[in-house]
Design a protein around this ligand. Structure first.
Ligand code: GMT
Length: 375
């Protein structure tokens, strides 16, 4: 099978999932073409069966907004013809699924099939915006197959867009066969055996990074601990000010964007994810796979990833006090920490492993592409 994967190249979960899917498909012998405005960070370097196609957008004084959607559609049409693509797999509806549709219209009868994977904010935030609503509904309706990353997101998509077409849930995944590597984080940031709490996000308001600091402050009053903040985004300055106001500068460390999140998670004791909205929460799964218990909010698709009381604790959005109590209890009771850690790793391996989920995507493609096609 020849697949073109369209995704964002950034550190967000949709780009990570698309990149890991590309690697998984390539390992299984498919020819995979990544189409994006830059090489996704997980795909730098050489990977057999994997090919990069960077989209460039021409600038012209008339363009206040460079027309990326059109440049992407043109690139997809070109790659589809040159590489005899069977399936275009668009990750994130805006604008990827729309550009894929345009490419299909350009190509007519010879066009590849379109699979659209909805990731979350393309439905819940961007999609709910009046200026995009109709075009996203259209892109969902005209795709040959649509998947969502959780049951929650499937239900939300049907409700938000009143779509009647079938939508399949294909969960996000982690490669649990990769050996766990610790980073130098523990020795460097917690030399006296302090507990390490970690938060990784794009620091947008939906992540409620202020709550992360509030929870940590309560934990720190009760036990020696450090907080590692991974990622960049608009709320970072607010968070830095909050840390200062609370006098926690010594204990909170801003790591910025990190390519090797896995090893930072593997060096941590607890993940905080108190988001106001989360269709899946990929980092919660990555933490569980690394044997790290999770404390967060009971919202969106997170309960499908984190089992309350079994692999972590989920509490109502904004309840930083109870979240801190849960964190303190987990961190100060070694048997409890171990129980959650082992159950999280087991669940990640059994339910969300790359091998089975990549095979599930393969089946989505195979339903659309006649077996007789070459490749
Ligand atoms: O908009 C974002 O927050 C980023 C977006 C992304 O591109 O990573 O996150 C969404 O997709 C992830 C991968 O499927 C999910 O794990 C996240 O839960 C989802 N974010 C939200 O729903 C807020």
């Amino acid at each position: 099978m020849k697949v073109a994967i369209v995704c964002y190249p950034t550190h967000g979960g949709s780009g990570v999932v698309a990149s890991e899917l590309a690697l998984g498909l390539a390992r299984r012998g498919h020819r995979v073409h990544i189409v994006s405005y830059a090489v996704p960070f997980r795909l730098r370097g050489f990977h057999p069966n994997l090919h990069m196609h960077e989209v460039e957008v021409s600038t012209y004084p008339l363009f206040k907004y460079p027309p990326y959607t059109l440049a992407l559609a043109t690139k997809l049409a070109q790659v589809a013809v040159d590489e005899e693509i069977d399936v275009i797999h668009a990750h994130y509806a805006v604008p990827h699924a729309v550009s894929a549709f345009l490419a299909r219209q350009i190509l007519g009868g010879q066009a590849p099939k379109i699979v659209t994977t909805l990731h979350g904010t393309d439905i819940t935030l961007v999609g709910a915006d009046e200026s995009f609503h109709r075009v996203i509904k259209f892109a969902i309706e005209v795709s040959d197959a649509v998947t969502t990353v959780s049951e929650y997101l499937r239900a939300r998509t049907i409700e938000e867009f009143a779509v009647e077409r079938p939508i399949e849930v294909v969960y996000n995944f982690v490669d649990t066969s990769r050996p766990l590597r610790q980073s130098a984080a523990r020795a460097h940031w917690a030399p006296r055996g302090e507990k390490i709490l970690v938060h990784a996000s794009n620091f947008r308001p939906v992540k409620r990074a202020g709550d992360v600091v509030a929870i940590f402050d309560l934990v720190r009053r009760r036990l020696p601990a450090k907080l590692l903040l991974v990622g960049e985004g608009p709320d970072r300055i607010m968070v830095r000010d909050l840390v200062k106001d609370l006098g926690r500068q010594e204990d909170v460390h801003f790591l910025g964007e990190q390519d090797d999140l896995e090893s930072i998670l593997a060096s941590s004791d607890l993940l905080l994810i108190p988001s106001g909205e989360e269709s899946f929460g990929l980092v919660a799964l990555e933490a569980a796979a690394a044997g790290v218990p999770v404390v967060g909010s009971r919202v969106g698709g997170l309960p499908e990833v984190v089992v309350h009381g079994e692999t972590g604790y989920l509490l109502p959005v904004g309840e930083t006090g109870p979240m801190a109590e849960a964190a303190i209890s987990v961190l100060s009771t070694p048997a409890e920490w171990k129980r959650l850690s082992q159950a999280g790793r087991k669940r990640a391996t059994e339910r969300f492993d790359a091998a089975s989920i990549v095979a599930q995507y393969e089946r989505v493609y195979e339903k659309l592409v006649p077996l007789s096609r070459p490749g």
